[in-house]
Design a protein around this ligand. Structure first.
Ligand code: ATP
Length: 872
């Protein structure tokens, strides 16, 4: 049997589909059923049971289980049972959280999954790549990932990067020609495309011959290990801190154990207590809290149009100090309308263009031919610059499709943003003609003649000056200007880039792309938040500066420059230069990388937007690469850390705000957990120094740490965002979360909790009643930590903050915790199990009162800290 590359495109379609028609809806379903989804089979997913069992993997939990079993054998069945139940409930909580976090990450992944353009029911539709099936005709443009293996049926200067398969990083030029040889290596099958590679240039179409594991990349998929999610810098930081802290706590527990033995306590009891204290004090949940808060935070961000592709980037968002943004579509609406024509040395308003005037009609027809966009019943497909051109034609009564049918396209040099040109070949009135459009400065340099009316004459310096002046004056109004020209070319040959010289000028078209309504406010917010917004665009300098001025990015014309100026600078010079520049015009993707590096070298965390295939390296280089969800190429989305589903600059700023809030919330959770744990340790330490009885039974500590503590910690992670975070400067990236200030806060707050707990103990212990003392200490510690949740909501005293009650999760966690602890101390049936005794109402309210007193104390401490800070 012949290989697909030995068949023509049509023969291949016949072979896989049985006819030359594109797949019908039924056939698509049939094929999807037969061949399955177009996916590489990933490693097995963990079952719920596996996740549940993993919760027991923790070293201390294992010791605790051993200790519980040991105490069971020694006759203390109740303690053993309670410990096991508490551990199990904690494991259930952990399992639910892990599954929820995984689900939210999976749905996020789905949102940012790759897409493909296929021909279905006669029109091109965008579908998730996983739905592409054998027999589909897939359309390819520069920047598209190739979703499956297939035989090319159409090719226009198509170049493909197949490095993922062949290791060859240079783009391979493709053709549709049949290959006759038998055993052709993959890299030489020029009429085939393979899943996993991507289009670097040109256009094309192919019929799918293999999907999923049947593709070439699928065959080697077993070699490609699925990459596991990397830990975030914050998680690494916390893990390291956790390890050090654990060692300290273990030493402390060991000493305590020694003292108990020395005092003649029961070894089993002393051991169980030491282990329980270790479990209670070691903050092993820190890094999983980070995962949970990050995954819920990214869900919220996705709803607000920012999809985070890398969890690590969420933390980085809070440190962003430079946002480099494209202009077109990101800061502007990308809704272009033609405003002016410039032909025969005069300006004409778009509405006044006369289709019967030969010069004006030539410009109009050229703008429809050298154009890839479509407008089908009001649905615009293609680049807005180009749709604006055909829309004007339609408005003036010329049907673009009729014009294109009259002068069919025979060959083309597709647009690319490095060259800033596009050209197409048509036979016009019997003459093979290349029509060309592009950036005025680029095209004007290649013009040698001008057509005025029916006369073609050499382009004089005066003509050149007039055109340049007109371009300037359009640009100053913020208009995007395209120049048009033509050239008679050889009849037979395909167009090449060499044809794009020695051209005849026919006119200029100027169009308006108004700034987005929200851009100005977003730029102002950036500045307030200590972030420098910078415009980077392929457009003309004067146009870019005019728009930048309108939205507040630029104040002075001297803050604008062109990419070419950068070319002359060394990296060192550029580092000094970037400080004074807010607008970069006529920029190519290489300039973007240099600009990012220069700012990074100056110690900044840089966010950079990009949409084209060539933007991928700059997006990777940036700390937060941002791709456009609507207009961006698949390659740029793959390289980015964040994808904007609305392509909007304001969304980046909103994402920074969310990133800062998420970081603040994580910090609040950590503060809550560490200060509470510290309170418990201090209480035990005090009792031990003062030779008092141990204030807690092991089960008390486990109850608090494994049950009533987890929910407020997560609830704090879900605090509603606050705009206040945008009044602060960006957080230095290398700043550890555990700053001296933060540790002092944890220390003083822990001390307050410990003092109130020990007062409760002493009240209960007054008459030598150890059980009453420890009941009151346990209930106070538990309630104080619940109250303390409200302290952790904000860094500032509550009187200065928004409502204390705006987090319903925290209130829920608080109420549940208080009900649980009250039940434990007030229901006699639970007393043996929890090693407590019934409290009188007075005692109960003393407990509540002592616990609640932590709120005013800690609020005052916050006030003092704030005052001291202001004084500094
Ligand atoms: P951004 O602000 O996102 O960088 P841009 O649209 O200004 O966007 P490019 O798309 O790279 O940047 O365009 C650069 C220049 O190329 C434009 O200023 C314009 O002169 C020219 N140009 C843009 N689109 C086309 C097109 N479809 N055909 C020919 N020339 C074009």
């Amino acid at each position: 049997m012949k290989q697909y590359y030995q068949l023509s495109g049509e023969e291949t379609i016949m072979q896989v589909n049985g006819s030359l028609e594109p797949l019908t809806e039924e056939q698509v379903l049939e094929h999807q059923e037969k061949y399955g989804p177009n996916e590489l089979v990933e490693g097995k997913k963990k079952t719920t049971l596996q996740i549940f069992l993993e919760q027991y993997k923790d070293f201390l939990v294992i010791i605790l289980i051993i200790a519980a079993i040991a105490s069971g054998f020694m006759g203390d069945i109740e303690s053993a049972a309670v410990i096991l139940i508490v551990i199990t409930m904690n494991a259930i909580l952990g399992t639910v959280q892990t599954i929820k976090a995984e689900q939210s990450l999976a749905s996020l992944k789905k949102l940012s999954g790759p897409e493909a353009k296929v021909l279905r029911n006669g029109s091109v539709v965008q579908i998730p790549s996983s739905e592409v099936t054998v027999g589909d005709i897939v359309m390819l443009d520069a920047g598209d990932y190739i979703p499956a293996d297939g035989r090319l049926t159409e090719c226009a200067s198509l170049k493909v990067d197949e490095s993922a398969l062949t290791g060859e990083s240079l783009g391979v030029e493709k053709t549709t020609d049949i290959i006759k040889e038998d055993e052709v290596p993959l890299g030489d099958r020029l009429n085939m495309v393979y899943s996993g590679s991507f289009v670097t240039y040109g256009r094309g179409a192919f019929v799918v011959t293999g999907i999923g594991m049947e593709t070439e990349v699928g065959k080697i998929a077993s070699l490609l290990k699925t990459t596991s999610e990397k830990r975030t810098p914050l998680q690494i930081n916390l893990d390291q801190f956790g390890q050090k802290l654990s060692i300290l706590i273990l030493i402390f527990c060991a000493i305590l154990f020694g003292i108990s033995i020395f005092r003649g306590d029961n070894i089993g009891d002393a051991f169980l207590f030491a282990v329980a204290l270790a479990v209670a004090a070691i903050p092993e949940a820190l890094s999983s809290i980070v995962t949970i808060v990050l995954s819920f935070g990214t869900q919220k961000m996705a709803k607000e149009h920012a999809i985070m592709r890398k969890l690590q980037a969420v933390e980085g968002l809070g440190s962003v100090s430079i946002i480099c943004s494209d202009k077109t579509g990101t800061l502007t609406q990308n809704k272009m309308t033609v405003e002016d024509y410039y032909v025969d040395d005069k300006c004409i308003k778009a509405a006044d263009v006369d289709v019967n005037d030969p010069s004006q009609s030539r410009l109009l027809i050229s703008s429809m031919l050298c154009n890839d966009s479509k407008n089908t019943d009001g649905v615009e497909i293609g680049d807005p610059t180009e749709t604006a051109l055909i829309n004007l034609g339609s408005k003036l009564g010329l049907d673009p499709e009729a014009v294109r049918a009259k002068y069919p396209r025979e060959s083309e040099n597709p647009f690319d943003s490095d060259r800033k040109l596009m050209s197409t070949k048509h036979t016009m009135e019997g003459v093979p003609t290349m029509v060309i459009k592009g950036a005025v400065d680029v095209l004007l340099d290649r013009m040698t003649q001008i057509q005025i009316g029916d006369t073609v004459r050499p382009l004089t310096d005066d003509d050149r000056r007039n055109i340049e002046n007109q371009n300037q004056s359009f640009s100053r109004e913020g208009l995007r200007v395209l120049a048009f020209g033509y050239k008679v070319v050889s009849d037979e040959e395909e167009l090449t880039l060499e044809d794009e010289y020695d051209l005849t000028f026919i006119g200029l078209i100027a169009m308006m792309d108004p700034p987005r309504d929200e851009s100005r406010a977003a730029v102002a917010e950036c500045k307030r938040a200590g972030i420098r917004p910078i415009m980077i665009t392929g457009d003309h300098k004067v146009t870019a500066a005019a728009i930048a001025k309108r939205i507040g990015i630029l104040e002075n014309e001297s803050e604008a420059c062109e990419g070419a100026e950068i070319d002359k600078m060394s990296d060192e010079e550029l580092k000094d230069f970037v400080e004074g520049i807010s607008v970069y015009a006529r920029v190519s993707p290489e300039h973007k990388i240099r600009i990012v590096r220069a700012w990074q070298d100056k110690g900044n965390i840089v966010s950079m937007t990009g949409d084209g295939v060539n933007d991928a390296p700059a997006l990777k280089q940036a700390d937060i690469g941002v791709a456009m969800g609507i207009t961006g190429s698949e390659v740029s989305k793959d390289a980015a850390a964040m994808v904007l589903t609305d392509d909007n600059f304001a969304t980046i700023v909103k994402a920074v705000e969310n990133g800062r809030n998420i970081y603040r919330n994580i910090k609040a959770s950590i503060q809550f957990l560490l200060s509470g744990n510290f309170g418990a340790i201090l209480a035990v330490l005090y009792a031990s120094i003062m030779a008092l009885p141990v204030p807690f039974a092991p089960v008390h500590l486990l109850f608090i740490n494994l049950l009533t503590d987890s929910l407020p910690a997560i609830a704090l992670g879900l605090e509603p965002g606050s705009k206040d975070v945008m009044n602060e400067k960006p957080r230095p990236m290398n700043e550890s979360i555990l700053t001296k200030d933060f540790l002092i806060k944890i220390g003083t707050e822990g001390l307050s909790i410990a003092v109130t707990t020990m007062i409760a103990f002493m009240i209960g212990y007054q008459g030598g009643n150890e059980l009453l003392g420890s009941t009151m200490a346990f209930a106070t510690l538990c309630s104080a930590r619940l109250f303390h949740g409200f302290n952790c909501k904000s860094d500032r005293p509550v009187v200065f903050t928004r409502k204390v009650v705006d987090n319903k999760y925290l209130i829920g966690a608080f109420v549940l915790g208080i009900v649980l602890i009250t039940c434990v101390v007030m229901i006699p049936g639970l007393h043996n199990v929890f090693k407590v005794q019934t409290l009188t109402l007075t005692q109960l309210f003393t407990v509540y009162g002592l616990a609640a007193v932590n709120i005013p104390i800690i609020q005052i401490l916050k006030g003092i800290r704030l005052l001291l800070k202001r004084r500094k």
